[in-house]
Design a protein around this ligand. Structure first.
Ligand code: CMC
Length: 395
């Protein structure tokens, strides 16, 4: 049956129309609702960008205050969710825990699951954006065996998250402005990226009419993979291993191994399906990295130096040049997070926190479209022709 065109990995098939994010991979261009990422990263905070992605434009001062108030007043999660969390083994990966927690939200917030009602969709979106930092921080505290810390509405979205991560009942966490700004920028840079694997997963899952919490849980699960959001964790592990093996002196050997297709080793944090030039987010991330390390007195961080050296070697190597492989956002984000005290195993969960606004905006765009259909790809069948079932003793 050759009726359908085979396009594994969607190399040339658009699955939807969308007015949220634009990428020109040859020009290193990334726009949210028309605004360049370079300007958003400098002039806006994450909640302004959330408003932009969700509602189509940046908020004015009043809209900003209202939106902040709305998000801030949904940051707590139902106290009973703790019992669900406590059912996990402590050594579980935070992404395993987060997938469960996000899915469980539909069991707690089922007063707003009528997806045909725009008000319900809106409140679910706000709840997800507001509660995600709380859930991520709970997953972390559980993992390290510390008591949960509640959100603080007198702090910024990002400041509140930092204190939920790092404060203890015995000691306040003084939010450092440079650190807060850097993490806020990480959130902005990860907020949306059009039809990447996890967003496409959210759309496909949501296209059956399931509730948004269930659809976003599917997105979290997809993001976990090392070819997608898991790359930030993998990139840092790669750099740490390389450092342990001799660092800059061993760069040549390492790059040689990456180039050997039989080695199965990829340069994590490099390459992208859409960017065939420098990922603009990686450029901003590298700047942030420099700023944070300087502010924390870690200018000589050996990992950052190694990453810069590795980037230089790769960008001058024919293998990478011919294939147009450049650093992506995950190459430097791990170094920033490590510098501010976030353990490697939490990196992808933080990516999920930031991408939630993109996922939910894309889901809402689909559901609001009167012509949307359930996603149901076709296939080219390659199995056996029709045949008879033989009796058991004749098989
Ligand atoms: N290291 C070494 N070789 C690579 C890499 C890499 N990181 N990425 C691509 N290649 C090679 C690949 O072997 C292939 O070579 P050839 O043409 O000789 O067979 C060519 O480049 C094209 O690669 P591909 O796998 O066909 O490209 P893709 O568009 O399917 O994959 C990718 C994109 C991001 C999955 C891939 O580049 C990759 O695995 N990168 C490492 C993981 C990573 O950093 N992911 C993060 C992506 S950005 C943000 C996010 O989603 O989290």
């Amino acid at each position: 049956t050759g009726m359908f065109t085979l396009d594994p990995g969607f190399l040339s098939t658009a699955a939807c129309s969308s007015s949220i994010t634009y990428i020109d991979g040859d020009k290193s261009q990334l726009l949210y609702r028309g605004y360049p990422i370079e300007q958003l990263a400098v002039k806006c905070d994450f909640l302004e960008v959330c408003h932009l992605i969700l509602n189509g434009d940046l908020p004015n001062a009043k809209e900003k205050a209202d939106f902040n108030h709305l998000v801030t007043h949904h940051t707590m999660v139902h106290e009973q969710l703790q019992f669900f969390l406590r059912g996990f083994r402590r050594d579980a990966h935070p992404m395993a825990v987060l997938t469960g927690l996000v899915g469980a939200l539909s069991a707690f917030y089922h007063d707003s699951l009528d997806i045909t009602n725009p008000k319900h969709r809106e409140i679910s979106a706000i709840r997800l954006i507001a509660k995600m930092p709380t859930l991520v921080a709970m997953a972390y505290k559980y993992n390290v065996g510390q008591p949960f810390i509640y959100p603080r509405n007198d702090l910024s979205y990002t400041g509140s998250f930092l204190q939920m991560m790092f404060a203890t009942p015995c000691e306040d966490y003084k939010v450092n402005e440079v650190v807060e700004r850097a993490l806020d920028r990480i959130f902005i840079l990860h907020a949306d990226h059009e039809q990447n694997a996890s967003t496409s997963t959210v759309r496909l899952c949501g296209s059956s009419g399931t509730n948004p919490f269930a659809a976003i849980a599917a997105g979290v699960a997809c993001l976990w993979g090392p070819a997608h959001g898991g790359a930030n964790e993998a990139a840092l592990q790669m750099l740490e291993e390389l450092l342990a093996q001799g660092g800059v002196d061993k760069l040549g050997d390492f790059v040689q191994k990456v180039k050997d297709k039989n080695s199965g080793v990829r340069l994590m944090g490099f390459g992208h399906r859409v960017y065939k030039s420098y990922d603009p987010r990686a450029k901003l991330m590298q700047e942030t990295c420099r700023e944070v390390l300087q502010a924390l007195g870690l200018e000589d961080d050996p990992l950052f130096k190694l990453a810069m050296a590795l980037e230089k070697v790769a960008l001058e190597d024919d293998y990478f040049v011919q294939r147009k492989l450049y650093p992506n956002v995950d190459f430097y984000s791990g170094i920033v997070q490590r510098a501010i005290g976030v353990p490697t195993s939490m990196f992808t969960a933080i990516f999920a926190l930031a991408r939630t606004v993109g996922w939910i905006a894309q889901w809402d765009e689909m559901i609001a479209d009167p012509d949307y259909k359930i996603g149901r790809p076709r296939q080219l069948y390659t199995g056996a022709d029709e045949r008879e079932v033989k009796d058991l003793d004749k098989r």
